[in-house]
Design a protein around this ligand. Structure first.
Ligand code: AMP
Ligand code: ZN
Length: 115
């Protein structure tokens, strides 16, 4: 748990969230400002400030994050039509919350290139 981290506070239950999934290492909840009909954030319970802050000791954790996202996408009924995963990283990557999170976006046609 990192001091003054919004997503650590959500994991701890100090800030409310609409939980979608939880296991020993991953937590997922609905984005408060959805950019698609389905917009879920999947986060590691361990505080990592961004995806590139992960080290070799986090190899399994990164795998668990993706596999949990796959399970959630399936449960949310997105697997057939498709969906998008996004990990914004750093200022130019559009990251605003500095606790690693994977966005699941689904329920509409995504466009390419992204903005
Ligand atoms: P990013 O810009 O990739 O760092 O994404 C941060 C995401 O967190 C944004 O999509 C926000 O809408 C979302 N967000 C911020 N505060 C909350 C909150 N309290 N509960 C749920 N989602 C949040
Ligand atoms: Zn955190």
């Amino acid at each position: 748990m990192a001091e003054d981290c919004l997503f650590c506070k959500i994991i701890a239950g100090d800030i409310p969230s609409r939980k979608v999934y939880s296991d020993e290492s991953v937590y997922a909840f609905h984005d408060i400002n959805p950019a698609a009909p389905t917009h879920i954030l999947v986060i590691p319970k361990k505080h990592l400030k961004a995806v590139n802050a992960a080290g070799s000791e986090d190899e399994a954790l990164l795998g668990k994050l993706l596999l949990a996202a796959n399970k959630i996408a399936e449960q949310e009924g997105l697997a057939d039509e498709g969906f998008r995963y996004v990990i914004n990283t750093g200022d130019q990557g559009g990251q605003t919350v500095y606790h690693l999170h994977l966005h699941i976006l689904g329920g509409r046609q995504c466009t390419w290139p992204p903005g």
